[in-house]
Design a protein around this ligand. Structure first.
Ligand code: SF4
Length: 201
């Protein structure tokens, strides 16, 4: 079997940054937990554990020390609740995810009905919905768009790891149904480069 590695592969910027922040937090010697695994890689999670960074499945599992928020981000309510528990929060939300939060906030503040292109149950999307104040329609593909939108002013943001093709399909379907359609492309550059590199293979 021949294995070819794409031009862009491996750990992305946001996850690498989160790993580094967790390792730095552990250097203090205080208990450090990440809210969920920082990376979908058991060996890397174990390597962190060896450095003193444990995984908390939920906020209830973290009673003291430092809580690291992973690159997917979380709702503002979780950060607030962690602070109220007296935890020292290290927010490792990826800057690209933060841009999606900000884009959603701006669109809602400007009166757009928010459509998020992404997986409804993905933690990143749950965080974007929360930053939008909870009022957002999450669609994975064109078939998820409801028959009636109830508005002709729609703002769109995208889960950072979605494909540009998927976004384009949904925008194309929305266009004839809107008089004011604003799209903020929040696909991250790491994802875009990986998709391009995969197409090249
Ligand atoms: S937004 Fe992009 S760079 Fe950031 S964690 Fe997700 S995939 Fe990685």
């Amino acid at each position: 079997m021949r294995v070819e590695v794409a031009r862009h592969a491996g750990i992305c910027y946001g996850v690498e940054r989160a790993l580094k922040l967790a390792e730095e937090a552990a250097e203090s010697g205080a208990p450090v937990r990440t809210l969920g695994p920082l990376i979908h890689n058991p060996q890397a999670v174990q390597a962190l554990r060896d450095k003193g960074v444990e995984v908390a499945a939920s906020l209830e599992d973290a009673s003291e020390g430092t809580l690291v928020i992973r690159s997917h981000g979380v709702s503002p309510a979780i950060i607030a609740a962690a602070g109220e528990k007296g935890l020292d929060v290290v927010d490792a939300t990826c800057p690209f995810v933060r841009k999606a939060h900000e884009a959603a906030e701006v669109l809602v503040a400007e009166g757009y009905t928010l459509v998020i292109v992404g997986e409804p149950d993905h933690p990143e999307v749950e965080g974007i919905v929360a930053h939008a104040g909870g009022a957002a329609l999450v669609v994975e593909d064109v078939a998820d768009l409801p028959a009636t939108l109830g508005t002709r002013r729609v703002g769109v943001v995208v889960q950072t790891t979605q494909s540009a093709e998927r976004l384009a399909e949904i925008v194309e379907a929305l266009l004839p149904r809107c008089t004011d359609l604003r799209v903020i492309n929040t696909i991250c550059s790491a994802t875009a480069k990986r998709q391009e590199a995969a197409h090249e293979l």
